[in-house]
Design a protein. Structure first.
Length: 424
């Protein structure tokens, strides 16, 4: 998520990457819309059935079976976040100025974990208000059984604070942040191989990840489950649950590897996209958006490959020139980019509170339409009070442990690689 802003190309010709923050902002809003629609049984059933539930109305047909599905592609948007994180985190290594691990870890923990804790605390307080009682007739299982449906016990709080599991009932989005945090802390090990040996290094890292995932799959998967990653099961036991978490963490590392490769080849990508005519860039974007909607296939592995490829094409177009980057520089998208992480953190508790508290008092459609706007306003306050100060604290703490060192000589200057980075 992001708090940076500014034009992607300065007057001196130095490329900037803030357009990536605008992508984050748009993707975060897609996630908000995704969760608003998940309050409806048909949309919840469609999503949790691996996109196989058939539509029953014209609106459902449009949002299930046509490219309009993009407006609530929440699962795909989260995957795009991981690719963007890999890209941005890799930039110091690509530039030849990698931070020490302690500096890197301090900044990353403050950037992700401290706002995460604040959001968890707020969600725990909201979910405990007696007025909020599920189930509600007419709403989906996502509302009635997946969020705020369990007592807020000491163990529940500990599970969230320690980032132990990836199924969470206080704030439905934080499972993705658990993987983000884990992969982030391992990222310096991944990026060193990739920056040193480029595609060869990426292939080696990918092979190691694949071996780990397959080994865990062979040990713990249910017969007939195919290539589906492990799911939570009572029979897994302690070691099995650890294997589940390890497998999913390894899986999401793939997208950080992809983002690192994009960072390595930024100058070439920028040069290639800059040579395309305007209509050609639009064509690449359209193809990317269509491929990005991986639900067109019901095979998990195919879906993820499609989402990864679509994410790459979208980022490539954004890093080019012309109408798309100019569109992403609009102040609305810059603003959304600034508060994207905060918006991601606060919207589900707000949505749950609004739906449960206003049930029978305000038409549900009004609640769902207003939620993105209210969440945006609250996210701005959260960003000012929590997220930005956390980033500032990280920089100050990192400054206390950072040791002055002679800069490593950089490779030949390139416009994009030497640009100020967008925040991840």
């Amino acid at each position: 998520m992001s708090d940076a802003a500014g034009p992607p190309l300065s007057d001196r010709g130095t490329a900037r990457l803030e357009v990536l923050d605008s992508i984050r902002g748009i993707a975060a809003m897609v996630v908000v819309i995704h969760h608003c629609l998940l309050t409806q049984p048909a949309f919840s059933d469609f999503f949790f059935s691996n996109w196989t539930t058939q539509p029953a109305t014209f609106t459902e047909t449009l949002l299930f079976k046509t490219p309009l599905r993009i407006v609530w592609d929440g699962f795909e948007a989260v995957t795009l976040f991981y690719v963007l994180s890999g890209l941005v985190l890799a930039l110091p290594w690509v530039r030849g100025r990698p931070p020490t691990y302690s500096v890197y870890a301090i900044k990353r923990i403050c950037r992700i974990y401290l706002p995460y804790l604040a959001a968890i605390a707020a969600a725990a307080l909201l979910s405990g208000i007696p007025l909020f009682s599920a189930p509600i007739v007419g709403l989906s299982d996502w509302v009635n059984t997946m969020n705020w449906s369990h007592p807020v016990t000491t163990w529940v709080l500990a599970d969230h604070v320690l980032m132990i599991g990836h199924y969470n009932n206080l704030n439905g989005v934080i499972h993705s942040l658990i993987w983000e945090m884990r992969v982030s802390l391992l990222f310096p090990l991944l990026v060193l191989l990739i920056v040193r040996w480029r595609i060869g290094g990426a292939l080696a890292v990918t092979a190691l990840i694949t071996v780990l995932i397959v080994a865990i799959q062979l040990m713990y998967s249910v017969p007939g489950s195919g290539l589906e990653l492990l799911g939570s099961r009572p029979d897994l036991g302690g070691i099995g649950k650890l294997a589940l978490e390890l497998q999913w963490t390894a899986y999401f590392s793939y997208f950080f590897v992809l983002g690192t490769l994009i960072a390595l080849y930024l100058p070439r990508i920028h040069g290639f996209m800059g040579r395309l005519a305007g209509w050609q860039s639009i064509a690449v974007l359209v193809v990317g958006l269509l491929v990005f909607q991986g639900h067109w296939s019901h095979a998990f592995t195919v879906q993820q490959i499609m989402v990864a490829l679509g994410s790459t094409l979208i980022i490539m177009v954004a890093l080019g020139t012309g109408i798309v980057p100019n569109f992403l520089r609009h102040r609305v998208f810059i603003f959304l980019g600034r508060i994207s992480y905060s918006l991601y953190l606060v919207h589900v508790p707000l949505l749950m509170a609004a739906v449960l508290l206003l049930d029978g008092k305000v038409p549900l459609v009004v609640t769902l339409v207003l939620t993105p706007f209210v969440a945006t306003a609250v996210a701005y306050v959260f960003d000012v009070l929590i997220a930005r100060p956390s980033v500032t604290l990280g920089k100050r703490l990192a400054g206390l442990v950072e040791r002055p060192s002679r800069p490593t000589p950089l490779p030949p200057a390139t416009s994009l690689v030497n640009a100020p980075e967008a925040s991840a």
